[in-house]
Design a protein around this ligand. Structure first.
Ligand code: GDP
Length: 298
């Protein structure tokens, strides 16, 4: 499992890794680091979207004298890895376990819901997908196709139906159908941002009335290719709803894979999954050690 995570992620992150590896490889095991090499590394880390703060931390850690040769990579690894530590694991306590998936349109939300359903099924759990993004008929259809592929139950209503009514009906049906996990696809855009955030709050209240503690998870989908810009949008969501985790999509197509490291620092929530392709199996549970190894494999 860890091995296959590493392989898939390594492929996905290859563009990010190439630029970092080129500079770190040059530094290698030398005990004293040439200031020019440090500058190159700084540029590579910034280009990979590690952000200015973390990049500065990494560079600082390399200025300190290191006792053992070959320590440069280890020093970088330690700094990156420690920025991924967190204590926010969500336990399953009730059935159904309700997960809201939120994020702006185009980020990969619909696709992610389908992939999450496939992961549930692979874990032997019965999943239900709820189309609460009732503003896009095309998204509802797309979601229905994903449900079929993932072998999940599917709940939808006509375009334009109040999303709260869809969630209410779905949660009522979930108990009867012995569903383990309910995945709610929420709207990525309403007329105004304020409406969108108010809508999310309302959906949360309705869910909590039907199932104790729901939503148990609120996952924010962030498109890795938008880099630091995507983070600003993500911060809007942290104001409206209590996020439990981030799904970082499109890590396969970006040279900015370092953004995963910044997300936790900026949003205060961990990356839980990463998307590394458009297929049903292209969603991986986030493994911080394998991720850092993938970034640094020199
Ligand atoms: P939504 O508007 O947020 O629901 O976005 P969609 O789920 O419709 O995805 C938008 C586009 O991104 C689609 O073409 C997806 O195939 C693509 N996509 C989603 N996740 C990934 C990913 O992890 N990797 C790649 N390469 N493409 C992805």
């Amino acid at each position: 499992m860890a091995r296959s995570f590493f392989n898939k992620l390594a492929r996905g992150l290859s563009r990010t890794r190439e630029s970092i590896a080129a500079t770190l490889g040059g530094i290698g095991g030398s005990a004293r680091i040439d200031p020019e090499d440090l500058e190159d590394l700084e540029a590579a880390l910034l280009a990979a979207d590690l952000g200015p703060e973390l990049t500065a931390e990494v560079i600082e850690s390399l200025r300190e004298p290191r006792p053992e040769a070959g320590g440069a990579v280890e020093a970088v690894r330690a700094t990156l890895r420690s920025s991924l530590d967190h204590d926010k694991r969500v336990e399953r306590v009730t059935r159904p376990h309700v997960i809201f998936v939120v994020g702006v349109n185009g980020g990969g939300k619909t696709t992610t819901v389908g992939k999450l359903a496939a992961l549930e099924r692979a874990a032997g759990r019965r999943a239900m997908i709820v189309a609460a993004d009732t503003f896009r008929a095309a998204a509802i259809e797309q979601l229905e196709r994903w449900s079929e592929r993932a072998g999940a139950e599917f709940v939808k209503q006509r375009e334009g139906t109040d999303p709260a009514a869809v969630v209410f009906d779905a949660l009522k049906a979930a108990s009867g159908r012995e569903v383990d996990t309910v995945l709610v696809d929420t709207a990525g855009r309403l007329h105004t941002k304020i409406n969108l955030m108010a809508e999310l709050e309302k959906l949360g209240r309705i869910a909590g009335r039907e199932v104790e503690g729901a939503p148990h998870e609120v996952l924010l989908v962030v498109d890795a290719t938008t880099g630091q810009n995507g983070l600003a949008q993500a911060q809007e969501f942290t104001r409206a709803t209590e996020l439990t985790g981030v799904v970082l999509t499109k890590l396969d197509g970006t040279a900015k894979g370092g953004v995963a490291l910044v997300i936790q620092r900026k949003l205060g929530v961990p990356v839980c999954y990463v998307g590394v392709g458009e297929g049903l199996d292209d969603l991986l549970a986030f493994d911080p050690d394998a991720y850092v190894d993938s970034l640094l494999a020199v």
